[in-house]
Ligand binder design. Structure first.
Ligand SMILES: Nc1ccn([C@@H]2O[C@H](COP(=O)(O)O)[C@@H](O)[C@H]2O)c(=O)n1
Ligand SMILES: C[C@@]1(CO)OP(=O)(O)OP(=O)(O)OC[C@H]1O
Length: 162
């Protein structure tokens, strides 16, 4: 078994929606990012890469590479899952927290979870997504951006030879 942790932050900028967990959420701002800025999926990618000792998302998808400009982070996540499989592992379970003063995320958590179940190729019940405010403290509390953390457990894939 392998454990991994990921953390990411994106600052708010111009826009009218946030992409979080592959769900487009109407909001007063967008994220400043090279990709679609999906802070939750970036934290999850880092947790998966960390568990495999494969570095981080910036190493695999540099923000200087035009190939990733405006990238759908679900596509990045699926590439990372391919790396996890190549390393001989599959996801056992994933737990993640989005740290946001606003918007209210609870109504979107089921859709985020369904996206993750599909992209990670796991059973329902292997993925948990949570949200919390920081009680108006710090940069998230001041409404400057959103952070996300993720923890993942990987287990060895079964092979024909066991
Ligand atoms: N952006 C957010 C933040 C929180 N929630 C939900 O509200 C609950 C209470 O949040 P506290 O920060 O006061 O603990 C939290 O457990 C979430 O269910 C949310 O939906 N969106
Ligand atoms: C995802 C990548 C690549 O498009 O860019 P951003 O969307 O800016 O995201 P970040 O989490 O800052 O860094 C990882 C980058 O390599």
């Amino acid at each position: 078994m392998r454990i991994g942790h990921g953390f990411d932050v994106h600052r708010f900028g111009e826009g009218d929606q946030l992409m979080i967990g592959g769900v487009a959420i109407p909001f007063t701002h967008g994220f400043i990012a090279h990709s679609d800025g999906d802070v939750l999926l970036h934290a999850i990618c880092d947790a998966l890469l960390g568990a495999c000792a494969l570095g981080d998302i910036g190493r695999h998808f540099p923000d200087t590479d035009p190939a990733w400009a405006g990238a759908d982070s679900r596509a990045l996540l699926r590439r990372v899952i391919g790396l996890v499989q190549d390393a001989g592992y599959r996801v056992g379970n994933l737990d993640a927290t989005v740290i946001a003063q606003a918007p209210k995320l609870a109504p979107h958590v089921a859709a985020m979870t369904a996206n993750l179940v599909a992209d990670l190729g796991v059973a329902n019940g292997a993925v948990n997504v949570k949200a919390t405010t920081t009680e108006r403290l710090g940069f998230t509390g001041r409404g400057e951006g959103i952070a996300a953390e993720a923890v993942v457990l990987l287990v060895a894939r079964e092979t024909a030879h066991g």
